[in-house]
Design a protein around this ligand. Structure first.
Ligand code: MG
Length: 258
């Protein structure tokens, strides 16, 4: 297969499913690292920090550096900082709240990530996957923030995500859908397919989009992300989607990239 100077890998459904590494992924990455290519992992899952993804990959025998991990949570936090959003209400998990705080954004419900009426105005509601704390009351608090003028920003809009054993679970898109329904507001979505998180790296490092390939298991996020960024997209059939659209290459596993 053609060589690129930058390889962008989705994680869920591409490198692993839940806590199980996908066959051939570790070997393919080890092989790729023998040549001088930039490797990035771009995930829409905002629940974890970059450090937790590095640790998770390491448990699977995959070495990765912090600066190789792109998350929708980090992208959303940088977006907030860039557009002057300073104070937010989070419908999400601890990793998202920590990442926002790390970028200097105030999280009014940090350490609770639950209910509670919000004192004073917030600039935005940031919604992502929210497995521990999602409740009617949390949605209600977020809804009141938006009705009071806060922007509605989603880390990503994936309806589902794949788990080990072939099961799928509700994703951030489910949470965002609920908030869009009760507020009547169309959210701004920062994660894939929005190319925002990749553009930041390509621009900073002078990497040409035409020399970059995105490998992922979802057409509506990964392949559309590649298209929006001007990169090549390759569908891997180990996750959600099994059939590539016309004009898009597909592979049965990451070893086929070599
Ligand atoms: Mg995926």
């Amino acid at each position: 297969m053609r060589r690129y100077s930058c390889y962008v890998f989705d994680l869920d459904g591409t490198v692993y499913r839940g806590d199980e590494v996908i066959a051939g992924a570790a070997e393919a990455l080890r092989e790729l690292r023998k040549s001088d290519v930039r490797i990035l992992f771009a995930t829409n899952n905002s629940s974890q920090t970059e450090a937790s993804y590095v640790a998770k990959l390491s448990r699977m025998g995959i070495q990765a550096r912090l600066d190789e991990i792109l998350t929708s949570g980090r992208a959303a936090a940088r977006y907030c900082a860039a557009v002057g959003i300073r104070r937010v209400f989070v419908v999400g998990e601890a990793g998202l709240a920590e990442t926002l705080i790390d970028e200097g954004i105030g999280v009014v419900n940090f350490n609770t990530l639950r209910v509670h009426p919000v004192e004073g105005a917030v600039d935005a509601v940031i919604a992502g996957i929210c497995r521990d704390a999602l409740s009617y009351e949390l949605l209600d608090s977020a809804m009141q923030c938006v009705l009071a003028g806060a922007r509605l920003i989603g880390t990503n809009a994936d309806a589902t995500y794949p788990l080990a054993g072939g099961r799928f679970a509700p994703g951030a898109g489910t949470v965002l859908g609920a908030l869009a329904a009760c507020t009547g507001i169309k959210p701004t979505v920062i994660g894939k397919p929005n190319p925002y998180m990749l553009f930041q790296v390509l621009q900073a490092e002078g990497i040409a989009a035409a020399d970059t390939v995105v490998v992922g298991d979802r057409i509506d996020t990964d392949i559309m992300f590649a298209k929006a960024a001007g990169c090549t997209g390759i569908l891997v059939t180990t996750g959600v989607d099994k059939e590539a659209p016309v004009g898009t290459a597909s592979i049965g596993g990451l070893l086929e990239l070599l």
